[in-house]
Design a binder for this molecule. Structure first.
Ligand code: VGL
Ligand code: ZN
Length: 202
């Protein structure tokens, strides 16, 4: 049986965008290319999934409680909302992660849908074989989600114009891209992805 493709949008939330509490430089630049691929998927009937960082107010992930990060993406806060310009098609699946107060849960594969189903199982049920992935941040949640997707056996394509990194240390995103490349991840732009999805020149 032919397995289908799907789009996984990682953590495109207000707190990771300009003005947010854990601002990724130019984080909002991912929105337009992601919307392009989302529209192509919606038109082709392919699943779109969006992960969100969904932390309790007290978690070891935050610097007030032993972690390294400023408070961000607290459950039900406006900082945890998806960026307002991100287009989310009807029927898209939200994956929440980081709800546990003891873990960082960078990977979307640590997350669950609103019905409590893990991402890996959802993708299996949808008979997804190929994942296009983009979002925030290249060196943390995108990296972890991409590597987990490869480990789980998916054919993974990273959308190179739809990612942005935190780069706490200069070069972190570069290193993450090299690591993903070594793991066998493919790279393409949102325009190339649209061409692949629609089979038409875009
Ligand atoms: C992320 C740092 C802390 C991410 C989440 O989404 O990449 N980064 N929490
Ligand atoms: Zn977080």
């Amino acid at each position: 049986m032919n397995k289908s493709a799907a789009l996984l949008i990682v953590d495109v939330q207000n707190d990771f965008c300009p003005g947010g509490t854990l601002e990724v430089p130019c984080g909002d630049r991912v929105v337009e290319p992601l919307n392009r691929v989302t529209a192509a998927c919606a038109a082709a009937g392919l699943p779109v999934l969006a992960s969100r960082d969904w932390h309790p107010a007290v978690t070891r992930h935050f610097n007030g409680f032993g972690g390294i990060w400023p408070c961000h993406c607290v459950q039900n806060s406006s900082g945890a909302d998806f960026h307002p310009a991100l287009q989310l098609p009807k029927g898209m699946i939200i994956i929440s992660k980081g709800n546990e107060p003891d873990s960082d849960s960078y990977s979307a594969f640590d997350g669950r849908s609103e019905e409590g189903r893990p991402l890996g199982g959802i993708l299996q049920d949808l008979e997804v074989g190929q994942l296009y992935i983009g979002g925030l941040a290249t060196d943390y949640c995108v990296r972890a989600s991409v590597l987990d997707a490869k480990k789980a056996g998916f054919d993974v394509t990273l959308l190179t114009d739809a990612i942005a990194g935190v780069d706490i240390s200069a070069g972190d995103s570069e290193k993450a891209l090299e690591e993903m490349g070594r793991a066998g991840v493919r790279f393409c732009t949102s325009h190339e992805a649209v061409r692949q999805i629609t089979g038409n020149p875009a």
